[in-house]
Ligand binder design. Structure first.
Ligand code: FES
Length: 170
């Protein structure tokens, strides 16, 4: 879990811990954005795409690079649901919340996953085993409600089946 924003001293320490490769990759991301100061969401999207989540030290580095504060980027990252501050789990559970699945009980599945895993949407379990995502139409509405775990699709899923389905994903 990302930490609350701290003082400037810690920022520098965290940034120092980045590898040369990470800095180079983040530099390239900044360079690829036309106006990073005014396109912070895009900047964060690209960083998340590269690393699977928005890590504190990366946001601190990006903030220094574009001349803003870590708190500024952290605020954006926590405001928009698309951003994930936790490192991705070993397995990603995607629950389809498209209309076709919604009418067949997708909301109940999502609630049950949240209860079992004790996380919210876009969260990752403490043991790093699962991340939970909400997705739009997986293209097999006739099988609704549909979930995916990593690349495997499960259709007509009932809440009572969820724990059994998760068992094989260690
Ligand atoms: S709405 Fe869920 S697969 Fe289409």
């Amino acid at each position: 879990m990302a930490h609350e924003p701290q003082g400037g001293e810690e920022m520098t320490e965290e940034v120092k811990q980045l590898t040369w490769e990470e800095k180079r990759t983040l530099d390239k991301i900044v360079d690829s954005v036309e106006d990073p100061t005014h396109q912070k969401i895009l900047l964060l999207q690209l960083a998340q795409k590269q690393y699977g989540s928005l890590r504190d030290e990366h946001m601190r580095y990006l903030a220094e690079k574009i001349g803003t504060s870590y708190t500024d980027l952290y605020g954006i990252a926590t405001f928009y649901h698309q951003f994930n501050l936790d490192p991705p789990g070993r397995h990603t559970i995607s629950v389809c919340m498209g209309t076709g699945c919604h009418v067949k009980g997708a909301k109940r599945l999502m609630k049950k996953f949240q209860d079992i895993l004790a996380i919210k949407v876009n969260g990752t379990t403490k043991d790093g085993r699962f991340s939970l995502k909400s997705v739009r139409c997986l293209g097999c509405c006739g099988l609704g409600p549909v979930i995916m775990i990593d690349e495997e699709t499960f259709g007509r899923v009932r809440t009572a089946q969820l724990e059994g389905i998760m068992e094989k994903f260690e």
